[in-house]
Design a protein around this ligand. Structure first.
Ligand code: GTP
Ligand code: MG
Length: 413
């Protein structure tokens, strides 16, 4: 088996319903209606890419699993690795441009003054260990965990006698279970506290009883789910329900990508995990140390190195692609001589919502969206050809944006 084959495919275990569109949807709405930053006077296109709102991924895992190594691989940083923190909280943050060949093409076509890629924020969150679920989680650490939109759980697979394993042996499935149980326990505590609170409020706030009843029912369902040792992300919640709990920092509600940190000699990945708690589509094997080295190389050296190790695509790109999928996000583009730019919106976003991501004024004064599919522009070569082929459309507010749409918003404020 070649090394490239060894990296994939991952085990096929079918788990129903491990994504949570309703939750993503709520985050999206809260971002959409945020007003522009105070004192903002620049042109519409200069507005912050609100995609960062839903693309914050927390890298977690047991001590010494390779979190910082993977962080380096994903972000091109060269932070020191190795045991230093002794289980203490240590956070590193990096905002990374999402590589996208479509943006490269559009940029070569329009030759804009600026080319802006979508971004994803990675946080290396060190400090998790066994026992956190029993109240051993500090406030600041809980805050960090609450604020990310999803987790990359780094699981040690590499064998190396010089790196101590906190559990004494390498056993990926066990380590996944450990972190899952800790998070289940944390959520159970959160839900129980909320249940007590709701009981107290019942008599104190008669005016809020209707809402109280709705939430009490939801908490009972969540408790049942957690007691059955199933993550909350596997429940189906309505947008209202997701909104009710969005401020509670429920850990198992967030989507999670399992990252197997493999050593040089890639092991067979089939028997790394066979549980039902994770969607097989959300498991990925990376060779952390090598990937971190690759991320330090110049583009030319990188191609050579990848070929040498039989790696078809750097892990960083694969993780980003999976993260889009994990968080239910897609990209659309705006083009012009001034700027070619990628924007991210949740799958299911309408044209007016997409306009609002560019600038709230565009949503407010929305008239129509001019829409071209990236593939049509790519195949036909330029916008003139697209138009004469009848592939350029006008769409209204409720049009559902598709991945790769090139949008021009007509608006009037
Ligand atoms: N052999 C080998 N060693 C690795 C690999 N990935 C990480 N390591 C080593 O494992 C040790 C821990 O890596 P880190 O990236 O610091 O792990 P961490 O999870 O950030 O550790 P803490 O933050 O201290 O919990 C370091 O000595 C790394 O060099 C790998 O793929 N192969
Ligand atoms: Mg670390």
């Amino acid at each position: 088996m070649s090394q490239a084959e060894g990296l994939s495919p991952l085990p096929l275990i079918i788990t129903p319903g491990c994504t949570l569109p309703a939750f993503t949807q709520y985050r999206w709405q809260s971002a959409l209606y945020r007003s522009p930053a105070a004192g903002y006077t620049g042109p519409a296109i200069e507005a912050d890419n609100k995609a960062e709102e839903f693309m914050r991924l927390g890298i977690i895992g047991l001590p010494q699993s390779g979190k910082t190594t993977i962080f380096n691989a994903l972000t091109g940083q060269a932070l020191p690795t190795g045991f230093g923190g002794a289980g203490q909280m240590e956070i590193h943050t990096a905002v990374v441009a999402v590589p996208d060949a479509r943006v490269d093409f559009l940029s070569s076509l329009y030759k804009p003054r600026k080319t802006i890629y979508a971004t994803v924020t990675y946080k290396d969150i060190g400090g998790l260990d066994t026992g956190i679920g029993e109240g051993g989680l500090s406030g600041p650490l809980r805050n960090e965990l609450s604020q990310v939109d999803g987790f990359l759980h780094v699981v040690r697979v590499f064998a190396d006698d010089s790196v101590a394993h906190p559990q004494g042996s390498v056993n990926p499935a066990r380590d996944i279970d450990i972190m899952d149980s800790e998070f289940l326990l944390l959520d159970l505590i959160t839900v129980e506290r909320r249940q007590e609170r709701l009981k107290e409020e019942w008599s104190k706030k008669p005016e809020g009883r209707r809402q109280n009843e709705l939430e009490t029912a939801l908490m009972a369902r969540m408790r049942e789910q957690l007691e059955a040792e199933r993550p909350l992300r596997a429940m189906s919640l309505t947008a209202d329900e997701a909104r009710m709990v969005s401020g509670y920092g429920l850990m198992t509600l967030k989507p999670m990508l399992i990252v197997f940190n493999c050593g040089d000699d890639v092991p067979a990945t089939d028997d790394l995990y066979s549980g039902a708690a994770h969607d097989p589509a959300h498991l990925i094997a990376l060779r952390g140390e090598i990937e971190a080295e690759i991320a330090q190389l110049s583009p030319e050296d990188r191609a050579e190195f990848l070929a040498e190790y039989g790696i078809e695509e750097p892990g960083a790109s694969r993780v980003i692609r999976l993260s889009y999928d994990l968080l239910g996000i897609q990209s659309f583009f705006t083009v012009g001589e001034d700027e070619v730019r990628a924007w991210s919106v949740p799958i299911g976003a309408s044209a007016v919502e997409a306009a609002g991501v560019i600038h709230t004024d565009l949503a407010r004064g929305f008239i129509r969206a001019e829409v071209t599919a990236y593939a049509d522009l790519h195949d036909l070569g330029d916008m003139k050809a697209v138009k004469s082929a009848g592939k350029h459309r006008l769409e209204g507010k409720t049009y559902l944006v598709r991945d790769g749409d090139i949008l021009t918003i007509r608006f009037n404020v």
